[in-house]
Design a protein around this ligand. Structure first.
Ligand code: FAD
Ligand code: NAI
Length: 475
């Protein structure tokens, strides 16, 4: 007889593995099926995020930032480095170690929480009286039955039409994170989150980087003032970004890759590079799930259709993370996973989609929560804005990193914080206070009245809040 579970989670990325752990904490008998393989063919839990996304990209961003600091900024602190060199293969090996620590950590958490793990691909067979039959194929071959199914199968990189990824010359995020010697020339298509983060890694390591972006403006989803400030910083660093281009034919040869494109001014141009990363967005992944067997509904993009509670069209089948609507972010996937596990257990799981933070880990970092100034205008909301530059912050001066600002937007009448946008040092950490403030529906005055440690970058958040009321103290 097939093994029977209360909950079967298909996919062991941040949406799936967190859902599995939370469901197990709540007393459910839980299985998680994940097919990711490490280089030896063994399991590698953690999905895109751990294996070819958040974690490895941040490891390489950190290594390359250390090199950048040693090459260009230590001298300002009176530190001279003689004979500085880099070993990209070692950076990549370190990144692999960090990934493995995370893979192993999740396996440990599964054991600790008594989640049964099945290594292989999970697909729907049929609905039965006991729930849904899921066939596992791959390293494990078994059919299991679950009363509830949580689909968390994530997303895949989109390729340009007619230019499939070969992961040698034309790279997705997977190949991009496995380059193990700095190319002389690197091209990227798409100046979105991956384009800017991966472009930054290789620019810092001495590669001549060009990013071709189809839209006429950089970072269209980011508050305009913040995006402009970031663009200025990227230009100064020598990260070449061409906006408003139309990418044409892409050819590969022994020498590398040639990209034909039309510039924003209509000129016909070619870009010759050693390797090309294509980072033009991601598509939901339902390949091999056999959704037809049970009639699970997908939308026109191939995403699983869910309501605000992550319920699909089938009773007892839920879906979370990149495979459903909403931002493709690990923490959004995790929050949905927790909420679904709680709903299955009869609790009131909740995700506040208005307070999901975004972080782009470039230098300077870009982070935001809530609405931009442009969105508030479009929504007809009367607002007050306060900005504070890191140039006027003592800690930023001591760090030697004064690029950027904190910008706070608050309701003109109630003073409730509606959005906070940061470009500058440690924006990724500073945004957490702002998320909490918005979650508690704080006013800008609340932040302005809270004692912030001195000297700290977080004083800039307080000063931006004071600026909303036109009473900054240090600027
Ligand atoms: P995934 O992490 O994609 O996991 C899905 C899992 O399901 C995979 O292990 C897959 O093998 C498995 N699977 C799929 N189909 C089946 C099947 N039929 N049977 C069994 N297993 C299956 N987000 C951030 O918040 N911060 C960042 O810094 C960040 N950096 C990123 C950098 C890069 C380069 C990329 C590509 C993405 C980054 N993201 C980041 C996005 C983040 O990785 C995703 O939002 C997140 O991984 C989504 O989680 P998920 O659980 O929905 O899916
Ligand atoms: P993206 O959506 O961030 O950016 C894609 C860019 O490519 C856009 O600017 C788009 O205009 C451009 N583009 C699309 N088609 C094009 C074409 N044919 N020619 C030229 N430009 C084109 O997608 P990206 O960078 O692939 O990342 C995917 C997702 O992964 C992100 O949206 C994000 O959800 C997640 N991610 C999150 C990170 C983080 O949180 N720090 C880091 C990396 C990825």
């Amino acid at each position: 007889m097939s093994k029977q579970f209360d909950v079967i989670v298909i996919g062991g990325g941040p949406g799936g593995y967190i859902a599995a752990i939370r469901a197990a904490q709540l007393g459910q008998n839980v299985a998680c099926v994940d097919e990711w393989k490490n280089s030896q063919g063994g399991p590698a839990l953690g999905g895109t995020c751990t294996n070819v996304g958040c974690i490895p990209s941040k490891a390489l961003l950190q290594s390359s930032e250390h090199y950048e600091q040693a090459s260009h900024h230590f001298a300002d602190h009176g530190i001279t480095v003689k004979g500085l060199s880099m070993d990209v293969a070692k950076m990549v090996a370190r990144k692999d170690t960090v990934v493995k620590q995370n893979n192993d950590g999740i396996q440990y958490l599964f054991k600790k929480n008594k989640v049964s793990f099945f290594h292989g691909r999970g697909s729907f067979v049929k609905a039965s009286a006991d729930g849904y039959e899921i066939k596992v194929t791959g390293a494990t071959e078994e059919t299991i039955v679950g009363r509830h199914i949580i689909v968390a199968t994530g997303s895949n990189a989109r390729a340009l039409p007619g230019t499939p990824f070969d992961e040698e010359l034309i790279l997705s995020n997977d190949g991009a994170l496995r380059i193990n010697a700095a190319p002389k020339k690197l091209g990227l298509i798409g100046a979105g989150v991956i384009g800017l983060e991966m472009g930054s890694v290789w620019r810092r390591l001495g590669t001549d980087v060009t990013i071709l972006e189809g839209l006429p403006t950089l970072l269209g989803v980011v508050d305009e003032q913040i995006a402009k400030e970031a663009k200025k910083a990227f230009d100064k660093q020598g990260l070449k970004i061409e906006l408003g281009v139309n990418v044409g034919e892409i050819k590969t040869s022994k020498k590398g890759v040639t990209v034909a494109y039309t510039s924003a001014k209509g000129e016909t141009k070619t870009l010759e590079v050693d390797k090309l990363i294509v980072s033009i967005g991601r598509s939901p992944n339902t390949i091999g799930l056999n959704v037809e067997a049970v009639g699970l509904k997908l939308d026109e993009r191939g995403a699983i259709v869910v309501d605000a509670d992550c319920k699909t069209n089938l009773p007892g089948v839920w879906a979370v993370g990149d495979v459903v609507r909403g931002p493709m972010l690990a923490h959004k996937a995790e929050e949905e996973g927790v909420a679904v596990a709680e709903r299955i257990a009869g609790q009131h799981g909740h995700v506040n989609f208005q307070t999901i933070p975004w972080v782009i880990y470039t230098s300077p970092e870009i982070a935001w929560v809530g609405r931009t100034e442009q969105q508030l205008k479009a929504d007809g909301v009367a607002y007050k804005a306060g900005t504070f530059p890191f140039l006027a912050n003592g800690r930023a001066r001591a760090l030697g990193d004064t690029t950027g600002m904190v910008k706070m937007l608050a309701d003109a009448k109630t003073d409730e914080i509606l959005g906070v946008h940061i470009v500058g040092p440690m924006a990724s950490e500073l945004i957490a206070e702002c998320v909490m403030a918005m979650e508690f529906r704080a006013s800008s005055e609340d932040i302005a009245r809270i004692c912030h440690a001195h000297p700290s970058l977080s004083e800039s958040t307080k000063e931006a809040a004071l600026a909303v009321d036109k009473r900054t103290l240090n600027f």
